[in-house]
Design a protein around this ligand. Structure first.
Ligand code: FAD
Ligand code: UDP
Length: 438
C-alpha cells in the first residue's frame, strides 16, 4: 500500500514526492502519462547533442530565497539573466519597454525624467484598471500598446487584451531606466546540468517509485494508496462536470541550424500579427552550452483542444468563475489534494508552483500556518518542520553550490530597476494552499 499516489511528475508532483519521501518517510508512487519526468520543464539533448526544452523555454527566477535554497539541494546553477528583444517597425528593441526602447524606436535621446513626462503625456486615463489593455494604455499610451502588446497578446491568447485580466500584462513591467533584463528577481539562474538532471536527483529516494507512460485512469482501481495528490487538469479529474476549462496550447517548431549562433539574445518576440509565431528561442543562450551548431524553437499558440496538451490557463473572469465551481468540488473531495498549474488553474511560474507544493506539504503534515508571510516562507523549507531532519538525506555527488544571490548587473542597477518599474511584474509566491487534510 502506498501512502501517496501522485499524479504528474512536474514541479508540483515531484516536490511533493521528494518532501513526503525524504522528510516524512512516506511511500510514494509517482505517475505521469508522458514518457519522462519534469513535466513542462523537462529538457533533453536533441539529435545534434544540444540541450533543448521540448515544451518551450524555461528560465528560472524567484524572489523567494527558501525556494532557491530548496532547489539548490538538487542542482548547481548557472547564473543567467534573461534578455528579450521584440521586432517592431523593422527594429529589434528591448522588451520590457525601457528608456532605450523608446529612444531607439523614435530616434530620441530622452532622459529617464523626460521619459516619465513622455509616458504621462501619452497615457490614457483609466479609472478602474481591470484588463490587460487598461494596465498598458494607462501607463504608456495606445501607440506603444499597439506596437508591442496587442498583436502578441492576440496571437498568444486568441483574445484581445481588453478581454484578459490585468494580471497577464502585469507580468511585463515598463521601465524608465535602461535595465533590459526580462526579470528583476533576486535569484535568476538555470540548473547547471539541466532541469531533468535536477528532477532525477530530487526523485532519487527508495521511498519513491515512478511509473511513466501511465495515465491516472489506468491505475486508479489497481493501485492501493491512502491519499491522492493530483497535478493534472482539474476539469479532467471531474470528467468535465462543469464543462471544459479553456487552456491555450502550443505548437513548437524545433530547428537546428548549421551555425554557431542564431539570435542576439535568448529570445526574440514578434508582436506583429503578420508573423504567425509569437517568439523564437535559442537554447544555447539559456544553457551556456558550447556547440558548433545551434537549436532554436518557434512557438505557435493554439487552442489546447487542437494541440492536445494544455499549457496556459486563461486568466479571464468567465474561466475563473468556471474554475471556482471545480474548486468548490475539489475542496469537498476527501482524500485528494489538488496542486500545480493545471490542478489549481493558475498562470504560475515554476517558483510559484514549488512554493505552492512546499506549502501543500506543510498542510498535509498538519503544520500550522504561521501568522505572516515570512514565517510561512521559512516553514516551507523542510528544515523548519518538525518532521524534517536538519539536512536532506539525498546524497549529492557534487557539493551543492551555495545558494548565493545570483549576480545582477549591479546592486545599484537592480535597486534602480525596482524603483523605476512602473508596472508590477515578477512573481508572488503562494504561501499556503487550502487543501483538505488527508
Ligand atoms: P506540469 O509541468 O504541467 O506537470 C503536470 C504533469 O502531469 C505533466 O507531466 C502531465 O503529463 C501529468 N499529467 C496530467 N494529467 C495526468 C494524468 N491524468 N495521468 C498522468 N499524468 C498526468 N515558468 C517559469 O518559471 N519560467 C519560464 O521561463 C517558464 N516558461 C514557460 C514556457 C512555456 C511554453 C510554458 C507552457 C510554461 C512556462 N513556465 C515557466 C511555467 C512552468 O512550466 C510551470 O509553472 C510548471 O512547469 C508547472 O508545473 P506543474 O507540476 O504544475 O505542471
Ligand atoms: N506580452 C506581449 N508582448 C511581448 C511579451 C509579452 O504582449 O513582447 C504579453 C502577452 O500577452 C504574454 C504576456 O505578456 O502572454 C506574458 O508574457 P510572458 O513573457 O510572461 O509569457 P510566458 O513566458 O508565460 O509565455
Amino acid at each position: 500500500m502506498f501512502d501517496y499516489l501522485i499524479v504528474g511528475a512536474g514541479f508540483a508532483g515531484s516536490v511533493l514526492a521528494e518532501r513526503l519521501a525524504s522528510q516524512a518517510d512516506k511511500k510514494v508512487l509517482l505517475i505521469d502519462r508522458r514518457s519522462h519526468i519534469g513535466g513542462n520543464a523537462y529538457d533533453k539533448y536533441d539529435d545534434h547533442g544540444i540541450l533543448i526544452h521540448p515544451y518551450g523555454p524555461h528560465i528560472f527566477h524567484t524572489n523567494a530565497e527558501r525556494i532557491f535554497s530548496y532547489l539548490s539541494q538538487f542542482t548547481e546553477w548557472r547564473p543567467y539573466e534573461h534578455r528579450v528583444l521584440a521586432q517592431v517597425d523593422g527594429k529589434l528593441l528591448p522588451i520590457p519597454i525601457n528608456l532605450d526602447t523608446v529612444n531607439k524606436l523614435y530616434n530620441l535621446n530622452l532622459t529617464s525624467e523626460q521619459l516619465e513626462l513622455w509616458f504621462r503625456a501619452k497615457a490614457e486615463p483609466v479609472e478602474n484598471v481591470r484588463t490587460s489593455e487598461d494596465i498598458v494604455v494607462s501607463k504608456v499610451g495606445r501607440e506603444l500598446y499597439e506596437k508591442f502588446i496587442r498583436g502578441y497578446t492576440r496571437k498568444q491568447w486568441e483574445l484581445d487584451p481588453s478581454e484578459l485580466d490585468a494580471s497577464v500584462l502585469a507580468r511585463i513591467p515598463t521601465r524608465l531606466n535602461r535595465d533590459d533584463r526580462y526579470f528583476t528577481d533576486s535569484f535568476q539562474a538555470m540548473p547547471l546540468h539541466g532541469y531533468t538532471r535536477m528532477f532525477e536527483k530530487m526523485l532519487k529516494n527508495p521511498n519513491i517509485k515512478i511509473m511513466l507512460n501511465t495515465d491516472w485512469r489506468e491505475v486508479r482501481d489497481m493501485v492501493p494508496f491512502k491519499h491522492l495528490i493530483f497535478s493534472g487538469p482539474v476539469d479532467e479529474y471531474f470528467d468535465y462536470k462543469f464543462g471544459k476549462l479553456p487552456y491555450r496550447g502550443l505548437e513548437f517548431k524545433h530547428e537546428t541550424l548549421d551555425k554557431e549562433e542564431a539570435l542576439p539574445v535568448g529570445v526574440v518576440n514578434y508582436p506583429s500579427e503578420d508573423v504567425p509565431y509569437t517568439r523564437v528561442t535559442e537554447f544555447k543562450k539559456l544553457t551556456g552550452q558550447q556547440h558548433h551548431k545551434t537549436s532554436v524553437v518557434y512557438e505557435f499558440s493554439r487552442d489546447a483542444s487542437i494541440t492536445g496538451d494544455p499549457y496556459y490557463p486563461i486568466p479571464r473572469p468567465a474561466a475563473t468563475a468556471q474554475y471556482n465551481q471545480y474548486k468548490e468540488l475539489a475542496d469537498a473531495t476527501p482524500g485528494v489534494t489538488f496542486v500545480g498549474r493545471l490542478a489549481t488553474y493558475k498562470y504560475y511560474n515554476m517558483d510559484q508552483v514549488v512554493g505552492q507544493a512546499l506549502a501543500t506539504f506543510d498542510k498535509l503534515m498538519g503544520i500550522r500556518e504561521p501568522d505572516n508571510k515570512e514565517k510561512i516562507v521559512l516553514a516551507g523549507n523542510g528544515a523548519a518542520t518538525p518532521h524534517a531532519p536538519a539536512a536532506n538525506p539525498i546524497p549529492t555527488r557534487k557539493p551543492i553550490v551555495a545558494p548565493a544571490r545570483v549576480p545582477v548587473a549591479t546592486a545599484a542597477a537592480s535597486t534602480a530597476a525596482a524603483a523605476t518599474d512602473t508596472m508590477t511584474g515578477g512573481s508572488s509566491v503562494p504561501v499556503a494552499a487550502k487543501q483538505p487534510a488527508p
